[in-house]
Design a protein around this ligand. Structure first.
Ligand SMILES: Cc1ncc(COP(=O)(O)O)c(C=O)c1O
Length: 390
């Protein structure tokens, strides 16, 4: 089956977070948005068909969670990731960020230190701070054109008492798909110091051709025992507006505590549309996903080559996963305000400004490449032209 990822679909006036806030946020309704992480591609045909059937019911009543839905998740991880999970380890949650926030609330003490690896997806900071905990950073460094973990600094944070780590795997931004060795070394430290790991693996299915995601909890039973894995089909199949996700927790007491809190907040009821979409995606979306990843890999090659030729002052990190390109723009000599001015006013494009991921991201930009090639071409052309005129 072939899929048309080149087709430009007009998403304006659809209540799109990315396309319908241009005027409000950037003062120009026609600016080109390549920021928030959803795709400008239609979801797999099986998802659309199942949702159309569900919508045609006309009655949007309370729904149940089916065994088939749970089985579709179990089968997906078995075949796609070689990871065996049990249906009873799964707890539905409205969103991965909800799961992260509940995990911080439940598995760290008020006022305690929670570790993240910066620069990182900005809600990691919010869920720690809004729960009254302290963000402690284990900054990533760059070696051989890739983000790397600093284990010595991490160990000192654990030695000083931090008991919870928020891991982003694959990493956003920067697109690292952590290797087995890197994760094992991290895991060793967590086991030694009694640290619980909240592993956000929402990008797990977006390892690019040639790279393989390793679920942290799959590394050993001991690591599974200290891990809350936060997952969703939403990033994989472009369903984030359906607002559905789940956790996988094999440790019964952690699972019970987490599930009790979900019930206390009455977040446990099945969503009317989401389950059908997720099950259809997992059962029938594999070929679409493979084709989409190949297309995005082409966009990444295109963008890296284009920038090397037209704006060599900026240095992208080549992602191993995700559809996000993390670009070092410090060579342009602009501060945060200058980069925003370059994007929004001069180039008429929106990429994510890097300092929102932590001060390590200052001078960097993140580009969402899950869009038709022609949009990538247009955005890069405008950006490079404006950067050269500055
Ligand atoms: C690492 C990471 N976690 C979580 C999310 C958002 O997940 P959700 O919409 O389920 O809260 C994103 C979205 O970009 C992300 O990159």
């Amino acid at each position: 089956m072939t899929f048309d990822f080149d087709r430009r679909i007009d998403r304006r006036n659809t209540r799109s977070y990315k396309w319908d806030q241009n005027g409000k946020l950037y003062g120009d309704p026609d600016i080109l948005p390549l920021w928030v992480a959803d795709m400008d591609f239609q979801s797999p045909p099986a998802v659309r068909e199942t949702l159309e059937k569900r919508a045609a019911l006309g009655i949007y009543g309370y729904a149940i969670r089916t065994d088939g839905y749970l089985d579709s998740i179990v089968q997906w991880y078995r075949t796609r990731h070689g990871w065996t999970i049990e249906p009873q380890w799964i707890t539905d949650t409205p969103s991965v960020v909800t799961s992260l926030s509940l995990a911080v609330e439940l598995f760290s003490e008020p006022g305690s230190d929670v570790v993240l690896q910066s620069p990182v997806y900005y809600p990691f900071y919010d869920v720690i701070r809004s729960n009254g905990r302290n963000v402690v950073k284990n900054p990533l460094s760059i070696r051989d054109g890739q983000l790397r973990m600093d284990y010595d600094q991490l160990e000192s944070l654990f030695r000083e008492g931090a008991k919870l780590l928020l891991l982003c795997s694959p990493h956003n931004p920067g697109g690292r798909v952590w290797s087995r060795e890197e994760l094992l070394r991290l895991g060793e430290l967590c086991l030694t110091y009694g640290v619980t790991v909240v592993s956000d693996e929402i990008h797990c299915d977006l390892a690019l051709p040639g790279h393989k995601h390793i679920p942290f909890a799959s590394l050993s039973p001991e690591l599974a025992d200290i891990t809350i894995t936060c997952l969703a089909a939403t990033k994989t199949f472009n369903l984030p507006g359906l607002h559905t996700s789940y956790t996988v927790i094999s440790n019964p007491s952690i699972k019970r505590k987490f599930e009790n809190r979900i019930k206390a907040l009455s977040l446990h009821m099945a969503q009317h549309f989401a389950q059908d979409a997720v099950e259809a995606a997992y059962r029938e979306g594999g070929p679409w996903l493979d084709a989409m990843l190949a297309y995005v890999a082409g966009n990444i090659d295109y963008a890296i080559d284009y920038l090397a030729e037209h704006l060599p002052e900026v240095k992208p990190l080549r992602p191993e996963g995700t559809y996000l390109l993390w670009i070092d723009c410090r060579g342009l000599g602009l501060d945060v305000a200058g980069l925003k001015d370059l994007m929004y006013r001069k180039a008429k494009v929106v990429f994510n400004e890097g300092s929102t991921f932590g001060n390590e991201g200052e001078g960097w930009l993140r580009i969402n490449l899950a869009c038709p090639r022609s949009i990538v071409e247009e955005a890069l052309e405008s950006f490079c032209r404006a950067a050269k005129e500055k």
